[in-house]
Design a protein. Structure first.
Length: 361
């Protein structure tokens, strides 16, 4: 939808400290294990999985770790096979522009790119294939390929086993917090829009606070909710939250996600209406008050109240009926096609509320 901007979430300081501590532990443990094992004196590949695998969803570490391990194995095999048939680079060959060194590099590059895109998973190529192949090509010393494979495996195992156990996030709490943040932000946004409409001013403007981030909050909440469902498939050792979410949380999150789409459409139509009016004024046309926009203010307020009650899990039937009555009155007073398009986002929000049935997830 026009106007949608991807805004990354900004976690609170405590959550950032937990993430940093988790990463430090998961990087330090495999490092010292590999030093004790004697794979190399500087086992950097053992610490890299903590940096590259650990994300907000620590319970996704097994899938990401498996993809990375497969990429490392394929990269090791590709570079080993190429360097077996073609001469590896050396200081003399590189400085002299040796054709053999160029051929071996191009062969590793082509095979690594092919393997990376043949292992396309999760909407992205497996970049670890090419990275491993190029690193082994640049460090063509005996035993390095096997050492990198062993160190990567130790690092991945440490992340998969330790990551979900170190200060694990509570997905249900994150989902509920995201829903509350969306409800509060949406109430403030619609209140600002209704005040401007009722005062006869511009309906909406680019400086409305937090609008771009607001529409993404319900999806973030649903993602946290889904992470909680995935946790139930993990061993019992990983489970740190109740087996069931708060009553009705899933239904309210789905309503929030649906209303985010319909109300974003509504605010975008308001922005288009304001832009058209500004263009008319710039072209010398007289500023004619838009009665349809002014009469829309009570409808916006009623819709906001009904949605706020629904997202809190309270009874919203009376507020919804009032909003629908105001919708019909506005339709009768302003029956033009442009006004119908303007009301469409609010009407679709009413339909989402009518379909919402609070039940146990």
């Amino acid at each position: 939808m026009p106007g949608t901007v991807a805004v990354p979430p900004n976690p609170p300081p405590r959550a950032r400290l937990r993430s940093a501590s988790r990463l430090a532990v998961c990087a330090a443990v495999p490092w010292f294990l590999c030093l004790w094992w004697g794979t190399s004196t500087v086992p950097v590949p053992a610490a890299l999985p903590a940096v590259l695998i650990l994300r907000e969803d620590v319970y996704d570490a097994p899938r990401l770790g498996w993809n990375r391990l497969v990429g490392v194995v394929v990269g090791v095999v590709l570079s080993t096979v190429v360097l077996h048939w073609l001469p590896p680079p050396s200081a003399s060959s590189v400085t002299s522009g040796s054709a053999a060194a160029s051929v071996s590099f191009l062969a590793v590059l082509a095979c690594g790119c092919a393997g990376m895109y043949l292992m396309y998973q999760g909407g992205a190529p497996n970049q670890q294939v090419l990275i491993t192949a190029l690193v082994i090509y640049a460090t063509a010393t005996p035993g390095y390929a096997l050492a990198r494979l062993a160190e990567s495996a130790v690092g991945i195992a440490a992340v998969v086993l330790l990551g979900p156990l170190l200060w694990p996030p509570d997905p249900y709490r994150s989902a509920a917090a995201g829903l509350d943040a969306y409800r509060g932000g949406l109430g403030a946004l619609l209140g600002t829009v209704a005040a401007r409409l009722g005062g006869g001013g511009a309906a909406t403007a680019p400086e409305l606070p937090g609008e771009a981030h607001l529409w993404l909050r319900p999806q973030d909440g649903l993602a946290s909710y889904d992470r909680a469902a995935r946790r139930t498939r993990l061993p019992r050792l990983y489970l740190r939250t109740p087996s069931r979410p708060p009553d009705g949380l899933g239904e309210r999150l789905r309503l929030a996600a649906r209303s985010a789409l319909t109300l974003q459409y509504f605010t975008q139509e308001l922005r288009e209406r304001a832009r058209t009016a500004a263009a008319d004024r710039a072209g010398g046309a007289g500023a004619v008050p838009d009665a349809a926009l002014r009469d829309l203010a009570p409808l916006v307020r009623a819709t906001a109240r009904a949605l706020d009650c629904a997202l809190r899990g309270e009874d919203f039937a009376a507020d919804l009926e009032r909003a629908r009555g105001l919708d019909l009155a506005h339709r009768a007073a302003h029956p033009t096609r442009h006004d119908a398009v303007l009301r469409a986002g609010l009407h679709l929000t009413h339909e989402a509320l009518a379909d919402h049935r609070p039940t146990r997830p």
